[in-house]
Write a protein that binds this ligand. Structure first.
Ligand code: AKG
Length: 160
């Protein structure tokens, strides 16, 4: 992965979560804001009609023109609640694969600024990645050079 990442609520590192930036400066992780939790709940309500889950993690990835994210699965959370992904800035190619391996079959879709994507049910454990960013395609009014992606997740860790 060559995107740059910051986390809210819980800090992800390969391959687990911590309350501090254990693989960086050791600082406490920044809080997860309530408005992002509401955005996650609303997305799941509107797309899947599923009962509301308590979102408590945001992984925020910044992609410059050369950044990529390899095929992987999100499997370090204890909850199987849908993952909500929100894209801002440059358009990317998002590769959505299968649940067995990083290899084909997969589908490439373009995620544009403002697109919201929900991985629920069996899709929750599908391999996925970002093989390409189309530099310079962000809406000018956003004032963002590059791509930001936020994924909202439910840790299921309990205890707050
Ligand atoms: O940037 C994206 O659209 C995908 C992000 C992702 O796969 C992740 O955070 O696990």
């Amino acid at each position: 992965m060559t995107s740059r990442q910051v986390c809210l609520g819980w800090h992800w590192y390969p391959y687990g979560y911590a309350r501090t930036v254990v693989d960086g400066d050791g600082a406490p992780v920044k809080p997860f804001p309530e408005w992002l939790g509401e955005l996650g709940r609303r997305a799941v309500r509107d797309t899947l009609g599923e009962p509301e889950a308590a979102y408590d993690i945001a992984l925020i990835n910044f992609y410059d023109a050369d950044a990529r994210m390899g095929m992987h699965r999100d499997s370090d959370e204890k909850s199987g609640a849908p993952v909500v992904s929100l894209s801002l800035g440059d358009t990317c190619v998002f590769r959505f694969g299968n649940t067995e391996s990083r290899a084909r079959p997969y589908t490439d879709v373009e995620l544009r600024s403002g697109d919201l994507f929900v991985f629920g049910g069996t899709s929750w454990s599908a391999y996925h990645g970002v093989p390409r960013v189309h530099a310079g395609t962000a809406p000018p009014a956003l004032g963002l050079a590059g791509r930001l992606n936020l994924t909202l997740r439910v840790s299921g860790f309990g205890g707050g």
